[in-house]
Every structure is written in structure tokens, then in C-alpha cells.
Design a binder for this molecule. Structure first.
Ligand SMILES: Cc1ncc(COP(=O)(O)O)c(C=O)c1O
Length: 413
């Protein structure tokens, strides 16, 4: 086969994706955001209400974050210059790690370039020892929710475990998880349970209270106990009275918490918060920490400003505004007979359409009317559960929500 034959295969694969209607690369290029309330995205020569952003608190527009970003780059330069253990550990990185640890009530935290990188860098060494010389090797069973985020799935794949060392529990079905734990007890040295805190397609929350109870109940059955890892990328900042995420909502903690600054915290980068031993071990074994640059100082400065803001009156006002907007959207959508794909308390509000082409077409019609929303189809959701994913933010006004409801009602009902 010639190189051209190989390129033809790549082209055929892209064509197949295009024909299935699930291609993603025709991205809408945003030229900027207006400074009106709510800010609107400028695409070509039109303005669009943004109802598909993970910036749940509207912090990416916040003046304090932008100022902190500017100050940090003035002080440290535009980039980190090296990985952490060479010369890329700047005080703003360490200040941010300590702020994350305080925010989530943990001993310490460690930064990554994204939550995807945090998962890759954390799950692999916590499942298997990183190097051949590692002392951390035991007969582990990794148990994962079937709809976990791609970064978790790939992290488990990377570990290349034998089939008997991997299990999947039905989505949100902790009875099923309990059955797996019961059967695994005394057969394995250790169990690791990994789950999203919030499943972002439908805005569903994993039951962390029950997860914690299961850990307590079965921990003693394993020589090395049970480790719980929760990726709360969509929960932190967006869930819980003070924005501490799904853990705050449940009133229970995971052993290892993964979060991102790239969604509700308006900046970028991922983090892990945990006890000191786990964080120390990750600094020694985590490939995406040791061999990859940290976030730039500007981004770390903005993330630090976001965390500092969370416990101020302004932060409380924003989390309150987000909760009010979610309530308002749901009330109005129900009154307008707009069908939900799930009853979500999260800013993700899924509108059920059920057909792939119709969902795409409706999202196109909403775009024509001046709204950015997202079409979600199989395999991200099961066949026949195609949805328009609406994401509510604190910066939305009741008037902008009313306009969206009007457009949804006109096109759907
Ligand atoms: C559960 C989960 N983990 C990780 C990520 C990736 O976050 P980041 O953009 O910080 O890599 C996402 C974002 O979609 C997510 O939903």
C-alpha cells in the first residue's frame, strides 16, 4: 500500500463521519464577544446569545480575572518556559495549588494542563505503578461508570489491564456497583472506583453519598481497600451552595477529586485535590505532570482569582444567580411544553428531540434565530435520545432566557 492509499483511507473515514451527520470540524469561528449583558458572540457579522458555554458563572468575562491574567504574565512571562521540575514551577502555580487544596478541604493539590491531562496523569499511576521499579503493584480491580468521560476511558485503556482487572457498572446504578464490589471482595487486593461527578450530556449527578457508603461498607474486604476517584469537571463552580461541586451537594468526599478551571472557573487547566501521600506520589509518577508543561502563569493567575472570588459576596451572588437562572429556565420551558431529556439540577438542560437529523436541523434553526446551542447525538447519548443541549450561565438575563424559550417553542412544539 502506498502512502497515497493510506491518505485515501483517511479521507474515506472522514467522508463516513460526514455522511453519518456527526462531523465536528465545521466549527463556528467566534470573532469576539460584545460587552453587553449578557455578552453575545460575534460570528461573521451577527451577534448570538451563547447557550452552549461551560463558563457557568460567566467568569471568563470577569475584569478581576483578566487583570490577574495580565499581572501574572507581566511578572512571570507569557509561558512557563519548562516543565515543573525543571524551571516551570512558578509561585503562582504553587499559590494556586494551595488555594485548590483549601477550597476543597484537602492536604494538597497538583496542577495539570487540562482535566483530560489530569485524568491521564492520575488514573494510570493510581492503577498501576509507573515504572518497572515501582513498589506500587497489586491485583487491582478498576470499576468505572459506563458513561464516564472519554478522558477516564482512555486513562484506563492506557493501563492495559487484563480483562479480569476491569469492570463497568451500569450508568448511575450503584446497586450494580455494589454487586460488583461484593463479588470482587477477597479476590482482589484493591478496588478503584472511578466516576464523573456530573455527566454533562444530561446534567445528571452521581450519588456520591451512596458511593461513600459503599466504600465504607466494603473497604475492609480488600487488602488495600477501595480508592474512589471523582472527576467533577462540570460540577466544580456549578454545583453546591458555594460551588464546591458534587461533593458539596452530597456532603461526602472522594479520595481523589479531579477538577478543571476551564469551565465554571472561567480560566483553563486541570487539577487534582487529595491527601498529601497521593499528591506526593503523583508528583513523582504522573507523566502529564512530569513531562508536560503546566498552564501558563497568566492562566494560573486567572484561575487563582476565580477561586479567591468564589468565597466573596460576588462569588455567592454568581452561584445564586446561576441557580435562579436554572430554576427560571425550567419553569418557563415546562410552561411552554418543551420536553426535557432528563430532570437536571445542573446548568446543562437537555431538550429531548429523539432524531439525529431533526436535532441538527433545529440547532441550525436556533442559530438562524441568533442562539448558539449544541446538538448531541449517538454515540454520546443512546440512539433515539438525541437532544439539544442548552447550558444556562449566570450572565444570562431573564429576557435572554425568554427569547430562547420562544425560539425553542416555535421550532419544537
Ligand atoms: C468529566 C470531564 N472530565 C474532563 C473533561 C475535560 O476537561 P478539560 O477541558 O479541562 O480537559 C471534561 C470536559 O468535557 C469532562 O466533562
Amino acid at each position: 500500500m502506498s502512502h497515497q492509499d493510506y491518505l485515501n483511507l483517511l479521507k474515506a473515514e472522514v467522508d463516513r463521519i460526514d455522511q453519518a451527520g456527526s462531523s465536528k470540524r465545521q466549527e463556528k469561528i467566534i470573532l469576539g464577544f460584545t460587552d453587553e449583558n449578557p455578552p453575545r458572540a460575534v460570528i461573521d457579522d451577527r451577534k448570538y446569545y451563547v447557550f452552549n458555554s461551560n463558563d457557568y458563572l460567566g467568569l471568563k468575562y470577569n475584569a478581576d480575572l483578566k487583570e490577574a491574567e495580565h499581572e501574572a504574565s507581566k511578572k512571570y512571562g507569557a509561558g512557563p518556559g519548562a516543565v515543573r521540575f525543571i524551571s516551570g514551577s512558578l509561585k503562582v502555580h504553587r499559590d494556586l495549588e494551595q488555594a485548590v487544596a483549601r477550597f476543597h478541604g484537602r492536604d494538597d493539590a497538583i496542577l495539570y494542563s487540562s482535566a483530560f491531562a489530569a485524568n491521564l496523569g492520575t488514573i494510570f499511576p493510581l492503577i498501576v505503578g509507573q515504572a518497572k521499579t515501582s513498589l506500587v503493584r497489586d491485583n487491582v480491580l478498576v470499576i468505572s461508570d459506563e458513561l464516564n468521560h472519554r478522558s477516564i476511558i482512555d486513562s484506563i485503556r492506557l493501563a492495559n489491564l487484563a480483562k479480569e482487572n476491569r469492570a463497568i457498572f451500569k450508568h448511575l446504578d450503584l446497586d450494580h456497583l455494589e454487586t460488583i464490589l461484593k463479588e470482587a471482595a477477597s479476590k482482589y487486593d484493591r478496588a478503584v472506583v472511578i466516576t464523573d461527578g456530573v455527566f454533562s450530556m444530561l446534567g445528571e449527578l452521581q450519588d456520591l453519598k451512596r458511593l461513600h457508603a459503599l466504600k465504607e461498607k466494603y473497604d475492609q474486604e480488600f487488602k488495600h481497600g477501595i480508592l474512589t476517584i471523582v472527576d467533577d469537571a462540570h460540577g466544580v463552580g456549578a454545583i453546591g451552595e458555594t460551588g464546591r461541586g458534587t461533593e458539596e451537594d452530597a456532603g461526602e468526599r472522594a479520595d481523589v477529586l479531579i477538577g478543571t478551571f476551564g469551565k465554571a472557573f472561567g480560566s483553563d487547566g486541570g487539577y487534582v485535590a487529595a491527601g498529601q501521600t497521593v499528591i506526593d506520589y503523583l508528583r513523582e509518577s504522573s507523566a502529564t505532570y512530569i513531562y508536560s508543561n503546566p498552564i501558563p502563569p497568566s492562566t494560573a493567575g486567572a484561575a487563582l482569582a476565580a477561586l479567591e472570588l468564589m468565597d466573596t459576596d460576588e462569588g455567592r451572588e454568581l452561584t445564586g444567580k446561576l441557580a435562579d437562572n436554572i430554576r427560571y429556565f425550567k419553569e418557563k420551558a415546562k410552561a411552554a411544553h418543551i420536553p426535557f431529556a432528563a430532570d437536571s439540577r445542573h446548568p446543562v438542560q437537555p431538550v429531548l428531540i429523539g432524531d439525529t437529523l431533526k436535532t441538527k436541523q433545529l440547532v441550525g434553526e436556533l442559530f438562524t434565530e441568533g442562539f448558539l446551542t449544541t446538538a448531541i447525538s449517538y454515540p454520546v447519548v443512546p440512539p433515539g435520545r438525541d437532544e439539544i443541549r442548552v447550558q444556562i450561565n449566570a450572565v444570562h438575563t431573564p429576557e435572554s432566557i425568554d427569547l430562547l424559550i420562544g425560539a425553542l417553542a416555535k421550532n419544537i412544539t
